[in-house]
Design a protein around this ligand. Structure first.
Ligand SMILES: Nc1nc2c([nH]c(=O)n2[C@@H]2O[C@H](COP(=O)(O)OP(=O)(O)OP(=O)(O)O)[C@@H](O)[C@H]2O)c(=O)[nH]1
Length: 157
């Protein structure tokens, strides 16, 4: 009888110490889906040298704040990071990833096809448009790797 109770306590404790971080990110696209993984480009962003997981590539976005919907959070982050006002499209993927430091993230990816304003790099080391086929050549954050494979093989969009 004692074993299940101990397990439950451990579980609760872990949840209190390391809450899952809810993160949203954008696949900002340009080009033509009909031309396949060479004709469609996505905006990718490189983390700065002084950030954790430095110089890794990721998609623009960030954590959802209290009271925000996923779409609100993503629109806010894109405005803060890139200076654009984006129309948030459909959600195309959701992944749960446990990083080695013990923290977990719940990551949702949305397509963005339309935005107002000129893209401006406000916080990244570098930003660039990459054809979907080239994505596996960039050193992406671990949580993104399944998505990178699917995008580059034309399986997702
Ligand atoms: N924006 C973005 N974040 C991602 C991606 N993949 C991924 O694992 N993440 C993780 O999701 C979190 C996003 O948080 P954030 O953008 O608000 O803050 P941050 O990089 O300063 O990280 P931190 O506040 O956890 O230190 C980071 O821990 C980041 O490593 C991605 O493709 N885009």
């Amino acid at each position: 009888m004692r074993e299940p109770i101990r397990k439950l306590e451990e579980h609760v404790e872990a949840a209190v110490q390391k809450p899952v971080r809810l993160v949203v990110a954008a696949l900002i696209l340009r080009g033509f889906a009909e031309e396949g993984v060479r004709g469609l480009e996505v905006l990718i962003c490189q983390r700065k040298p002084d950030q954790p997981m430095s110089l890794k590539w990721e998609f623009p976005g960030g954590k959802i704040e209290a009271g925000e919907t996923s779409e609100d959070a993503l629109a806010r982050e894109l405005n803060e990071e890139l200076g654009i006002t984006a129309v948030i499209g459909r959600r195309v993927a959701r992944v749960r990833h446990k990083y080695r430091n013990g923290g977990s993230i719940d990551l949702q990816f949305f397509v963005v096809r339309e935005f107002d304003g000129a893209l401006e790099n406000r916080i990244f080391n570098d930003i660039r448009w990459a054809p979907l086929a080239d994505l596996p050549g960039y050193d992406f954050l671990a949580a993104d790797l399944g998505l990178i494979r699917d995008l580059s093989e034309g399986k997702l969009l």
